[in-house]
Design a protein around this ligand. Structure first.
Ligand code: SAH
Length: 273
């Protein structure tokens, strides 16, 4: 009998005929140059590309195969997406499932993975630059400042998707760490009020709208004033809210670059640890 094997340029290896691979790919925050080299190679060699609507930059798809099928999943249900995936897999077509930012943050990838597992379809994940990091780059800030905080909290307010009570904004605010809040800009006033139950009202707060896109906007303010400024700027979607003293300019110098601090790669000048 015959065993069919093919060389796949998508996977860069020999694969069984008709057993195509699916890649979940992080598109990055918006700027097409934030797509990883690996993500680009896979997208450019895929037969079927399913991307999550408005937040994925179409410029990512300028070098795809001329006969590749490009599908916007914005108007599709999970079942409809799965149907396309199953059908393409059946035909041995390689599939790229492109999610905005990094797929591990609010990407709804687990529900797809469970369905793929049931069908025995193989998949891998290629990470991406989450908007939370593109936003920090836009702000030129570091979440983890010595003497300020060494913790970053990524969260959202409860919306149609509930949030466990223990993770309410009020509870997380008690920790006084650096915080980035996704999916909540439309309720900025309520959010700021919840944060102010623990953070002082003059705590720095920032909003980054469309981080890394050409129409990116930054608002740097305080918890007390941020809601009004966001309303004035007419921002009500595709934005992250940041809060914490990491946004201010006072902190202790990093131990890593302190000349009195030895570490694995450098001997201290005057080892005073
Ligand atoms: N997986 C994505 C997040 C998807 S949830 C990531 O890692 O970035 C969608 C939310 O992400 C939006 O409501 C907004 O809060 C945030 N977001 C996505 N892209 C953004 C961008 N370019 N700038 C600011 N916020 C963004």
């Amino acid at each position: 009998y015959y065993v069919f094997i093919l060389y796949s340029f998508t996977d860069n290896k020999f694969v069984n005929w008709r057993r195509s691979m699916l890649y979940f790919i992080g598109a990055g925050a918006g700027d097409p140059e934030l797509l990883t080299i690996k993500g680009k190679r896979i997208i450019d060699n895929s037969d079927v590309i399913i991307y999550t609507g408005s937040l994925v930059n179409k410029e990512l798809f300028t070098d795809i195969k001329s006969d590749a099928k490009l599908i916007n999943s914005a108007s599709l249900s999970l079942d409809e997406v799965l149907e396309i995936i199953f059908d393409s897999n059946e035909k041995g077509l390689s599939i790229a499932r492109v999610h905005t930012g990094d797929p591990a943050m609010y990407g709804a990838i687990r529900e797809q993975m469970v369905a793929l597992d049931k069908k025995g379809i193989e998949y891998e994940v290629v990470p991406g630059v989450s908007s939370v990091f593109a936003g920090a780059a836009a702000l030129k800030r570091e979440f983890t400042l010595p003497g300020v905080t060494q913790t970053m909290i990524l969260t959202r307010m409860a919306g149609r998707t509930p949030v466990p009570e223990a993770e309410s904004i009020e509870n997380l605010a008690k920790i006084q760490a650096s915080m980035a809040i996704f999916l909540s800009i439309a309720s900025i006033e309520e959010l700021a009020n919840k944060l102010m139950t623990s953070y002082p009202k003059d705590t720095p707060a920032a909003v980054v709208y469309k981080a890394s896109w050409p129409d990116q906007k930054i608002i740097m303010s305080t918890l007390e004033n941020i809601a009004g400024e966001v309303k004035n700027a007419d921002i009500n979607k595709t934005a992250l809210v940041y809060v914490g003293r990491f946004l201010a300019d006072e902190f202790e110098l990093s131990k890593l670059y302190d000349k009195h601090f030895s570490h694995e790669y450098r001997e201290a000048k005057d080892a005073r640890r």
